[in-house]
Ligand binder design. Sequence first.
Ligand SMILES: *[C@@H]1O[C@H](CO)[C@@H](O)[C@H](O)[C@H]1NC(C)=O
Ligand SMILES: *[C@@H]1O[C@H](CO)[C@@H](O)[C@H](O)[C@H]1NC(C)=O
Ligand SMILES: *[C@@H]1O[C@H](CO)[C@@H](O)[C@H](O)[C@H]1NC(C)=O
Ligand SMILES: *[C@@H]1O[C@H](CO)[C@@H](O)[C@H](O)[C@H]1NC(C)=O
Ligand SMILES: *[C@@H]1O[C@H](CO)[C@@H](O)[C@H](O)[C@H]1NC(C)=O
Ligand SMILES: *[C@@H]1O[C@H](CO)[C@@H](O)[C@H](O)[C@H]1NC(C)=O
Length: 339
Amino acid sequence: MADDQDSLIIRPSKKTPLVLRMLVLIFAMASGIYICSICVRQIGGETSRRSVSIRVVERPCEATGIEPWEKPYLHFPKPKTFRRDECACNPVRYFAILATQRSGSGWFETLLNSHINISSNGEIFSVKVRRSNISTIVETLDKVYNLDWLSSASKNECTAAVGFKWMLNQGLMQNHEEIVEYFNTKGVSAIFLFRRNLLRRMISILGNSYDQKARPLNGTHKSHVHSTHEAEILARYKPTINITFLIPHLQQVEDLVTKSLQYLNGTRHIILYYEDIKNNLTKLVDVQEFLNVPQRDLSSRQVKIHKGALSSQVENWEEVEKTLKGTRYESFLRDDYKV
Ligand SMILES: *[C@@H]1O[C@H](CO)[C@@H](O)[C@H](O)[C@H]1NC(C)=O
Ligand SMILES: *[C@@H]1O[C@H](CO)[C@@H](O)[C@H](O)[C@H]1NC(C)=O
Ligand SMILES: *[C@@H]1O[C@H](CO)[C@@H](O)[C@H](O)[C@H]1NC(C)=O
Ligand SMILES: *[C@@H]1O[C@H](CO)[C@@H](O)[C@H](O)[C@H]1NC(C)=O
Ligand SMILES: *[C@@H]1O[C@H](CO)[C@@H](O)[C@H](O)[C@H]1NC(C)=O
Ligand SMILES: *[C@@H]1O[C@H](CO)[C@@H](O)[C@H](O)[C@H]1NC(C)=O
């Protein structure tokens, strides 16, 4: 049989000795075996790795009905600490709330966390080691965005938007270049939250640092309160504003805000003001649209500490008024929202 086929293919002359034909056959077989053995060795070495990657790409998740520009902002994280189960193929959006202290970001975050699909993990970079350098920052971000961050705000496998609250002075400005690159390559959206009235913010800071020292609420310090009774006690304290420091302070904060907007201008972002949300809770519709989560009514149990006229909240109001009159900060003296 073999001889017949050979003769058909290579048309050997009748003179070719049988020995020569056998030699060619043996050589062909030997090289075949050699090539096979190399293949087997290579496959053998990669078997374990390959089987893992096959399991991962088994059923790639596909987001449907999205605009092409949205694609980089959709993620299908595979947490190490739990399985996303039935929501494994629900896309997740990454966000970061970028804010200054006492700008209502705590309140804003409780609103977001009242959404069943949003997980905002708090001020994670208030812990210094996490912001020691860009490596520790990236390591922390990776963990949060892979849904492996454990906090009281961690949601279940059906989280559709995950993020945290980041104060501008917590390593963000110093490492802005690398952070912008991270945001852009990983598809993180930024939510800027500022306060329009920086004078009110200053009063809130002074009150908060007084409370940190005096602890009028039965010896505990509370940045945020959940009852009107507690809020009244905290608001009893009337700070005296250092007049020399007043305008330089307002300028400093303004500069910080402007600079942060410049630095992160190249990222996908939205800019919100505390006062605007307080005045119009419908603004939260915009936020949910921005995060592309299902629309829901959001609510918070937090109670505002300082209520009513500004003039009644500061010990040396006349002095403050005199200092700001005629400057571009004059509008801060007016009450700009109802409580
Ligand atoms: C970053 O900070 C961490 C923790 O402080 C430290 O262990 C690490 O060596 C630092 N890495 C670099 C590149 O500086
Ligand atoms: C939101 O969470 C609910 C309940 O866990 C889940 O059924 C739903 O699929 C989630 N929605 C999105 C968009 O992930
Ligand atoms: C302090 O504790 C007492 C007793 O638990 C309570 O009645 C009172 O309201 C508390 N005061 C404040 C300011 O929370
Ligand atoms: C007011 O602020 C200025 C500038 O920061 C500072 O030098 C001064 O000591 C402060 N005065 C008081 C009474 O705190
Ligand atoms: C951000 O970029 C846009 C478009 O390039 C520009 O019009 C805008 O002024 C920039 N904003 C800031 C705060 O730099
Ligand atoms: C409240 O906010 C929504 C969403 O941004 C806006 O469409 C609406 O005009 C605002 N209403 C008022 C009274 O400003």
